[in-house]
Design a protein around this ligand. Structure first.
Ligand code: NAD
Ligand code: TYD
Length: 343
């Protein structure tokens, strides 16, 4: 076999970032092989991969990362694992933490064991800046690779648990790992439960945009393709055992501002905003310092927030069929439980 060709196991490749990553990778490295292991939860959608589903270098395995047999079979002959599979929505983690512990913690440990047994050359773990906790609005510090962990939601606690396991497998067994902790992504194929796609699709449907609490919560926003480029660089040039923080080009932008920008792009006024009950334990602010990946690997975001928010809105406008199917009865039930009878 040609050693320069990678054989990559992507977990969670039918989700938002995983599917963007597979499309990115096969376009840039058409000779590499990708195996996508995904259990197709509510968040997994094979339509995201329609463009490459017939590509001979792509294969799909429907399976759970907690299933030892399927994981073992999928890992055979693989040299690189890129681990995206997770329960990823904070609000759902508040309602049902157990799913998050199973997939994010137990599932990661099962993958790590299989990676060791199969002598995988790189296990890259996708994580989040949410493991570092919450900053005060007036705080000018940013999270970096040395920030202490302080997760505050069941989601971030489960991701923190998985990060610790990945590091432990490096220290204890010498598994060649890398980790990236990334800020909030946005872009095509994001499930319309997360803030940006929910706001865009609600406005297109002439429904109100729910704004939690006072709306002054701050997130760092990164266009999903910039995230994929960062993972690419870490796989090619990253140092084994290291963590890399990844963030976008936004400066302390709060949710109200993001929602107003979306309304402006879609030509709607502020009546479409509705302040709703706050999320319990809501992290006030995330800010991330990505100077390490910039200085060591030469990465920086290429996509500015305003420009790519417009393009993202355009994508949701042009792909109504994709997201309308996802706002199904089951989603309606989840939505009504969370937001009451918001129009
Ligand atoms: P997503 O919810 O859109 O997709 C998750 C995918 O994982 C789905 O396809 C789902 O079917 C699959 N999956 C879930 N449980 C599984 C299991 N037990 N076995 C196999 N497959 C399973 O998530 P996303 O937004 O694409 O996030 C991907 C990764 O990136 C996650 O690890 C998340 O923690 C991390 N992350 C996300 C963001 C963000 O803004 N979305 C930011 C930083 C880090
Ligand atoms: P979200 O997309 O759920 O990502 P995360 O909680 O992982 O950062 O939420 C982004 C921000 O937007 C967060 O502060 C919660 C807020 N939010 C709303 O104000 N309204 C909404 O309907 C949603 C889903 C989120």
């Amino acid at each position: 076999m040609d050693k320069s060709r990678k054989r990559i196991l992507v977990t969670g490749g039918a989700g938002f970032i995983g599917s963007n990553f597979i499309l990115y990778w096969l376009k840039k490295y058409p000779n590499d092989k990708i195996i996508n292991l995904d259990s197709l939860t509510y968040a997994g959608n094979l339509e995201n991969l329609r463009l490459i589903e017939r590509n001979l270098n792509y294969s799909f395995v429907k399976g759970n990362i907690c299933d030892l047999d399927i994981v073992e079979k999928s890992m055979q002959g693989v040299d690189t694992v890129v681990h995206f599979a997770a329960e990823s929505h904070v609000d759902r983690s508040i309602k049902k933490p157990s799913d998050f512990i199973l997939t994010n913690v137990v599932g990661t440990q099962i993958l790590l064991d299989a990676a060791l047994r199969n002598d995988v050359k790189r296990f890259h773990h996708i994580s989040t800046d949410e493991v570092y906790g919450s900053l005060e609005l007036r705080d000018t510090n940013k999270f970096n690779e040395r920030t202490n962990y302080n997760p505050r939601s069941p989601y971030s606690a489960s991701k923190a648990g998985s990060d610790h396991l990945v590091k432990a497998y490096y220290e204890t067994y010498g598994l060649p790992i890398t980790i990236s902790n990334c800020s909030n992504n946005f872009g095509p194929y994001q499930f319309p439960e997360k803030m940006i796609p929910l706001a865009i699709t609600n406005v297109i449907e002439d429904k109100k945009v729910p704004v939690y609490g006072d709306g002054l919560y701050v997130r760092d926003w990164l266009y999903v393709e910039d995230h994929c480029r960062a993972i690419d660089l870490i796989l090619q040039k990253g140092k084994v055992g290291e963590t890399y923080c990844i963030g976008g080009l936004t400066d302390d932008i709060n949710n109200l501002t993001v929602a107003r920008k979306i309304l402006k792009i879609l030509g709607k006024d502020e009546n479409m905003l509705e302040f709703v009950k706050d999320r319990p334990g809501h992290d006030r602010k995330y800010a991330i310092d990505w100077s390490k990946i910039k200085s060591e690997l030469g990465w920086g975001p290429l996509h500015s927030f305003d420009e790519w928010l417009e393009k993202t809105v355009e994508w949701y406008r042009n792909n109504e069929r994709w997201w309308k199917r996802l706002k199904t009865k089951e989603f309606q039930k989840y939505y009504e439980e969370l937001y009451g009878d918001l129009d």
